[in-house]
Design a binder for this molecule. Structure first.
Ligand SMILES: C[S@@+](CC[C@H](N)C(=O)[O-])C[C@H]1O[C@@H](n2cnc3c(N)ncnc32)[C@H](O)[C@@H]1O
Length: 294
């Protein structure tokens, strides 16, 4: 039975590395309890096997033992998500290259996992974005990243075209790979750079806009209103709200759009709790429908 238990395997594998090195077996009490596994990769959490006590052991033998125990070929360790460009800093501990392909809901995402983030917790929202698009629609994805929402929308719905905005070159490289590999390049235009500049050229073209930035996408609110067709459309607004009181964030957000877009009547089409963002805080998405006032 215990051969199936990765924690047990990890303890045994790291235990023999510690023994061979003559190190202190109490280190086994500091083994990571959680990690993310996808394709042939295991991503250890920030701080795993870190600190002076592990320094002497860190190396091929230890990372090889971890890989065997977790049944993967490559091992990385999550660092900070840093800077305005929300770049994930993952350290590659074992393996030559950091390019990985993740297949999810019939969509292939290809990206360098030391350069770009991929939030496993957003899986349902990625699926939903594959379902909401309507035939003939023009969509603007203001913070598209590697194509978390752009790709499922193009692969699974009949939308006409998606304009995807991104300023992180690593994310753009991954998006191009995704569009190519999912056979949807002809239905997407990538706008490279700061969307506060690039989205200016997308005036009154969109039926639907995705504002997928955390903890707030407020920097894109006026851009979104500018991109919306005069006939209006749907906004998918991501944000963070108190877990005990989603209403206040929803009302605040609607009021902000009422100020920004007096020409539209605004109705709440849906709100979805995506995941816990931090203790007592939830990652929400609010769907607002904006239609010309009668
Ligand atoms: C982290 S992704 C969003 C992830 C995705 N929405 C999700 O929830 O899975 C946000 C992306 O927006 C990009 N970004 C942030 N501000 C931007 C701006 N002003 N112009 C263009 N891209 C921007 C970041 O580089 C990042 O790739």
């Amino acid at each position: 039975m215990h051969r199936e238990d990765p924690h047990r395997r990890l303890r045994e594998a790291v235990g023999s590395v510690i023994e061979q090195a003559g190190a202190d077996s109490s280190l086994l009490e500091a083994l990571p309890k959680r990690w993310e596994k996808f394709a042939d990769v295991a991503l250890l959490q920030r701080g795993a096997f870190s600190g002076s006590e592990w320094e002497a052991l860190a190396g091929e033998a230890l990372w090889g033992a971890v890989a065997d125990a977790l049944k993967v070929e490559r091992v990385g360790r999550i660092g900070e998500i840093v800077g305005e460009r929300r770049e994930s800093s993952v350290e590659l501990l074992l393996g030559e290259d950091d390019f990985v392909v993740r297949r999810e809901n019939g969509v292939d995402y290809g990206y360098r996992f030391t350069q770009c983030m991929f939030s496993a917790g957003n899986v349902n929202e990625r699926r939903r974005m594959g379902e909401v698009g309507r035939a003939g629609e023009t969509v603007v994805d203001l913070f598209c990243g590697i194509g978390y929402y752009t790709l499922p929308m193009l692969v699974h719905s009949q939308v006409e075209h998606v304009h995807s905005c991104e300023w992180n070159p690593n994310a753009i490289e991954a998006l191009k790979w995704g569009l190519e590999h999912n056979g949807v390049s002809d239905k997407c235009t990538i706008h490279t750079g700061d969307n506060r500049i690039t989205a200016q050229e997308l005036t009154t073209i969109a039926d639907r806009i995705v504002l997928g930035l955390l903890p707030t996408a407020e920097g894109g609110y006026d851009l979104a209103v500018n991109c919306l067709k005069e006939s209006g459309g749907i906004l998918h607004i991501h944000g963070v709200a108190p877990a005990s009181d989603h209403d206040s964030w929803v009302e605040e957000t609607i009021q902000k759009f009422e100020k920004l877009a007096p020409q539209f009547s605004i109705t709440e089409a849906a709100r979805v709790r995506i995941k816990s963002y931090a203790p007592h805080w939830d990652h929400l998405v609010l769907d607002l429908e904006l239609r010309p006032r009668a």
